[in-house]
Design a protein around this ligand. Structure first.
Ligand code: DSN
Length: 422
């Protein structure tokens, strides 16, 4: 444990929360597929003096003085991001994924314009036009779905028909609860037929792309990518917009992020992004990304052997969406709580066209980015999957749940969260 000597005895309440969370993370297994552990160098940058500095503008074009070091770290973050994703332009200032997506919409669209994105219950993200979001007051979102929820195949035929009928200005590829790879060429072909731009929201799989184990949408001709930096990419909590082959789009994105939507960038966070991107450029990151996929496959095998239905029939990425209600009669909320009790953290999740409500849906979503960072092998990942199934089948069986909790604690203790990765 690293300790928090400066809050100890100074602000005991916050100190207790920091220590408590550190112990929770160390003793349990984090399987929420959008979470990960950052290195101590990333945390050092996050906790640095750069949090003191205002730096409105961009490197070399700031509105305040004293920018020698802010310019240096932002330029590093930009250069490293461009190298990681092989593109011409990176804006590393978005505070997170939602502001990054909102920036793209405002940069490229007029109010009332149409965006075509993936349906939320089929894996899409809130910011791709879910009715509860503010963006739907400004833009018109239409949705495509999977053709077959048992294989995860996207209905590209339906996508083309919707695109021809609705004439979107922007077509989105991206998801937060979909376990297969997308066919980016199909998106680009459809977009070209109807004169739309293409944006890939790769928040979940950015690390898999950077690590070379998933396709890069820019290779298929996508115009833009947005991402968070804290999921598979293993950086600090934040966002980023990447643009390829269009100075015009790049300029519009920069102007929309600042001064359009945000004020002073969080320079401590940008420095931490630079550190994380440096880690992802290290050859060992490729091994990490490959192991994330292998570990997910190992968990998939166990769930399949146990006869538990997985949306999309399994996984080709870092996550699995399991229909625990349909397979075991345990709701998503019950499963999340049960697994919490044994020290395994997952999240309840709607499944395609779920008949249940989002706060108590039919599914759970889990994945391997965080446990792979802790060095879990395929054998140990299969063991974790078997422990999950044991817990899910042990509703009300205190002795069994205690046994699972001890096994989880032992696995966690054998795999401390590493301090550095490179
Ligand atoms: N909340 C993130 C996730 O868990 O997928 C997406 O924004």
């Amino acid at each position: 444990m690293e300790g928090y000597p400066h809050t100890e005895g100074y602000d005991e309440d916050v100190h207790a929360a920091l220590v408590g969370e550190e112990i929770r993370e160390a003793e349990g297994l984090e399987l929420i597929p959008s979470e990960n552990y950052v290195s101590l160098p990333v945390r050092e940058a996050l906790g640095s003096v750069l949090t003191n500095k205002y730096a409105e503008g961009y490197p070399g074009k700031r509105y305040y003085g004293g920018q020698e070091y802010t310019d240096a770290v932002e330029t590093l973050a930009i250069d490293r991001a461009k190298k990681l994703f092989t593109c011409d332009h990176a804006n590393v200032q978005p505070l997170s994924g939602a502001p990054a997506n909102i920036a793209v919409y405002f940069a490229l669209l007029e109010p009332g314009d149409t965006v075509l994105g993936m349906d939320l219950s089929h894996g899409g993200h809130l910011t791709h036009g879910h009715p509860v979001t503010m963006m739907t007051k400004v833009f018109n979102f239409v949705r495509y779905k999977m053709k077959d929820v048992e294989t995860g195949e996207i209905d590209y035929g339906e996508m083309r028909e919707i695109a021809k009928r609705e004439k979107p200005k922007l077509i989105l590829a991206g998801f937060s609860a979909y376990s297969r790879e997308l066919d980016y060429e199909q998106f680009v072909n459809i977009a070209r037929e109807v004169g739309a731009l293409t944006m890939a929201d790769v928040a979940h799989i950015a690390g898999l792309i950077a690590g070379g184990v998933h396709k890069n949408p820019f290779d298929a001709g996508f115009d833009l990518m947005t991402t968070t930096t804290h999921k598979t990419l293993r950086g600090p909590r934040g966002g980023m917009v990447l643009v390829n082959k269009s100075e015009d789009i790049a300029n519009k994105i920069d102007k929309t992020i600042f001064p359009g939507l945000q004020g002073g960038p969080h320079m401590n966070n940008i420095a931490a992004k630079a550190v994380a991107f440096g880690e992802a450029l290290h050859p060992s990151f490729r091994n990490y990304a490959g192991q994330v996929l292998k570990n997910a496959k190992a968990m998939e095998e166990v769930f399949r052997e146990e006869g538990i239905r997985m949306l999309g029939g399994g996984t080709s990425n870092h996550l699995i969406l399991a229909d625990v209600y349909g397979s075991l009669g345990v709701t998503g909320a019950e499963a999340e709580k049960l697994l919490d009790e044994v020290g395994i953290t997952v999240n309840k999740n709607v499944i395609a066209d779920d008949q249940r409500k989002p706060l108590d849906p039919s599914g759970i979503r889990f994945g391997t980015p965080a446990m792979t960072t802790r060095g879990f092998t395929t054998g140990e990942s299969a063991e974790v999957a078997a422990l999950m199934v044991s817990a899910l089948k042990a509703v009300g069986d205190k002795a069994k749940l205690n046994e699972v909790r001890s096994a989880v604690r032992m696995l966690a203790n054998e795999h401390p969260v590493p301090s550095t990765f490179a």
